[in-house]
Design a protein around this ligand. Structure first.
Ligand SMILES: [Zn+2]
Length: 484
């Protein structure tokens, strides 16, 4: 605070006398980096003051409180992971990460904003939202937003959603076309009703796309034959259950005229459906996750196959190749983590695949994985990396231009990435509270050196220097004005 006051006084005197004596201009200058935005790569210095980017120029010579030498490094807009599940109770089992450990892992992975979820119970949707926001406030070290999971479209609930979107910055809702037994599934009639509200509000609808009835038939058949291993999780949720639900949701979104985002796309068939729907004018976005770009379904036959259980499950090698193609050709809009991780004992103890808590870690892997397997192999460029992890999520989730880019006026969420680092993604080198790493055979060829959230260093030279509670709740915009 004192420094800030002095700087104001200094600035005033500087302006008044044109003197250089009090010329402490900025909080932070990042010098000589290769700045990457969704438009390309260029050499520039970046000046940060009061949590925002105030200047971006080839050379910034003015004095600054702190200078980071970024020569030979990449300077990226902070990553936005629109899909995390921290501090989540899954059928009585808690995730390994809460909002503190989860966001520490995020910061080490170059993610400066996460969007998590509110899961409703019997309380009012507003109360449920306030409670969830309270769980993250005071814990998160990076900024956070919240999507609201909708399981009921009664008049009262729809009114609450309107209030959440308009007054609390909850500009996106999430629904499930599966998980009836967990009370999360919404029927098609209710989905269409909710889509109409989304269109009226300019809100985004996130959809978990899998066909519930088809899955249940297959699950019951395998269980009745005594087929209980992790591989049957994948076999009971084949690609077509995803593709069917994507098409159905896309059809309804077309009818209602609302924007939908298919979360965690896992299959080539699903991708084909998305392509066709986009081509036909449906306002559909799609996310995939790092695990679908790294692994394929043969891992379910490993002794620790249960650790790879998530829904939708991993698909075949050809699906993985097609997803990479979708990423490189811009059909896939965002890469989010679906970070929902459970310790080894919780994953390995259940004897039947239906009882294994679903979800894996990923918030720390998005950027290193896309860089190592995407940029290094020439499948995507650096601008694509930024588009997938920051620019597109900011645009789609209602955070742009305060986040998602590096330009004067934007919040100073900045990641300084070192292409020379070699870090094997073992448990020891990661920062989640999880007790294992399914990525341990992979070595990142390049990783995050520093992470800055609204002007404050949270990770410096791969050491945590952040502060519990630094992360703020971010009100997100609806599409404004909504297209009618
Ligand atoms: Zn999820």
């Amino acid at each position: 605070m004192w420094i800030y006051r002095w700087k104001q006084i200094g600035l005033y005197i500087f302006n008044f006398h044109h003197s250089l004596v009090f010329n402490i201009m900025f909080d932070l200058v990042i010098k000589d980096g290769n700045v990457v935005t969704a438009d390309g790569v260029f050499k520039a210095d970046i000046a940060v003051d009061d949590g925002k980017i105030v200047q971006l120029a080839r050379k910034i010579e003015e004095h600054s409180e702190k200078v980071i030498d970024a020569s030979g490094l990449l300077v990226l807009p902070g990553g936005i992971d629109g899909h995390t599940h921290f501090q989540l109770n899954y059928n009585g089992v808690m995730t390994a990460d809460d909002f503190y450990t989860g966001t520490v892992a995020a910061a080490f992975g170059g993610i400066t904003t996460v969007i998590d979820f509110v899961t409703p119970s019997s309380k009012s949707y507003i109360d449920e939202f306030l409670m969830r926001r309270g769980e993250a406030e005071g814990r998160a070290v990076v900024d956070f937003g919240l999507h609201f999971i909708v399981t009921d479209v009664s008049e009262e609930r729809l009114k609450d959603l309107e209030v959440l979107a308009r007054e609390y910055g909850v500009s996106s809702f999430k629904i499930f076309t599966a998980y009836r037994r967990r009370g999360l599934m919404l029927d098609d009639g209710s989905i269409l009703e909710l889509m109409k509200l989304c269109r009226a509000l300019g809100a985004l609808l996130l959809v978990h796309c899998e066909n519930e009835e088809m899955i249940n038939r297959l699950v019951d058949r395998y269980l009745s034959k005594g087929c209980v291993g992790p591989e049957y999780h994948a076999l009971s949720r084949p690609a077509y259950v995803e593709a069917e639900a994507v098409r159905r949701v896309g059809f309804m979104a077309g009818l209602a005229g609302c924007r939908v985002l298919v979360v965690h796309l896992s299959s080539g068939q699903g991708l084909e459906a998305v392509k066709e729907l986009k081509r036909s004018g449906v306002r559909m976005y799609v996310e995939t996750c790092p695990h679908y770009l790294v692994f394929s379904d043969e891992v379910y036959r490993r002794p620790d196959g249960a650790k790879f259980i998530m829904s939708p499950p991993l698909k075949g090698v050809e699906d993985r190749r097609m997803l990479w193609e979708g990423v490189s050709k811009g059909v896939i809009d965002v890469v989010g983590s679906d970070h929902a991780c459970f310790n080894s004992e919780q994953k390995l103890r259940p004897s039947r695949f239906t009882e294994i808590p679903g979800g894996v870690a990923g918030v720390e892997h998005i950027i290193p994985v896309l860089y190592t397997l995407g940029v290094r192999r020439g499948l995507i460029g650096l601008a694509d990396l930024v588009r997938l992890t920051s620019y597109n999520p900011a645009r789609i989730y209602g955070l742009y231009p305060s986040k998602g880019t590096l330009m004067p006026g934007s919040q100073a969420d900045i990641v300084i990435f070192n292409p020379s680092l070699r870090i094997r993604l073992t448990r020891e080198n990661l920062h989640s509270n999880l007790d294992h790493s399914i990525y341990e055979d992979i070595t990142a060829e390049g990783h995050i050196q520093h992470t800055i959230v609204r002007g404050e260093l949270v990770v410096e030279d791969r050491q945590f220097v952040g502060r519990r509670g630094h992360g703020k709740y971010i009100q997100r915009q609806t599409e404004n004005p909504p297209t009618i």
